[in-house]
Design a protein around this ligand. Structure first.
Ligand code: CA
Length: 236
């Protein structure tokens, strides 16, 4: 296939811009870039990129507003580039509709893995086959959505209804960070108490049933202060 995927990079720091565009071009992606929000938004609308890498600290507009703006008309995957120690900002970005974030400084393998995951999830969502997706599979864990059966290494694991709801929501969004608020709203509804104590209790139970070693989870990872991320579905 010689159709190269295009990535739009919106970032005002020249060094990071150079590093990322060199990396992406070496991986055979087409790269366009903008060093402020206004030209980024105009390129996003005119260029039809396959994915956007967005720095939140731009000179002319808050990056969160850039996400809101794009989400008014497009579901294009957005990966936020964030500086360290900005948990609040990452949560806001995810809740505004960003697909993922990567924290500076980051290495090439991490960046490429995030991009591949976001592009793959987007392709899956766009394909009509997505609705018939009946199975999640990773490292010996299988979730059969049609039969509501979860097995680890072939052994059936029993979950409460709430636990199953949490687990399946994370697995539908495998690879992506789901914020505590998003998860709470999905499981308990929009009027639920956003105190995440009950979520933590349920997560502890899920892990005890699922993980071989709860101190070193291999299926569901905690992104401290932000939310949870489930390991990629190998079945796709
Ligand atoms: Ca910046």
């Amino acid at each position: 296939m010689n159709l190269r995927q295009e990535i739009l990079l919106i970032e005002d720091e020249k060094n990071i811009c150079n590093f990322i565009s060199t990396t992406l071009r070496a991986q055979n992606y087409k790269v366009s870039f903008a060093n402020n929000a206004a030209s980024g938004l105009s390129l996003a609308a005119s260029g039809c990129p396959d994915l956007i890498l967005l720095d939140l600290g731009l000179p002319d507009m808050d990056g969160i507003d850039v996400i809101h703006n794009i989400r008014e008309w497009s579901n294009i995957p957005i990966i936020v580039i964030s500086a360290r120690a900005q948990e609040r900002e990452k949560v806001e970005a995810l809740d505004a509709g960003a697909d993922d974030y990567i924290t500076k400084p980051f290495g090439t393998p991490e960046l490429m893995a995030r991009i591949r995951t976001a592009l793959r999830r987007c392709a899956l969502n766009n394909s009509s086959a997505a609705s018939g997706q009946g199975r999640y599979e990773a490292k010996g864990l299988v979730i059969d959505y049609d039969r509501h059966i979860v097995t680890v290494d072939g052994n059936i694991v029993h979950f409460t209804q709430i636990e199953y709801k949490i687990l399946t929501f994370l697995s539908y969004n495998a690879g992506k960070v789901i914020t505590y608020d998003t998860l709470i709203t999905h499981v308990w509804g929009p009027y639920a108490d956003s105190n995440n104590r009950i979520l933590r209790v349920n997560m502890a139970n899920i892990r005890r049933k699922l993980e071989r070693n709860t101190a070193d989870p291999q299926y569901i990872f905690t992104e401290i202060g932000i939310g949870y991320r489930m390991i990629d579905n190998e079945n796709l």
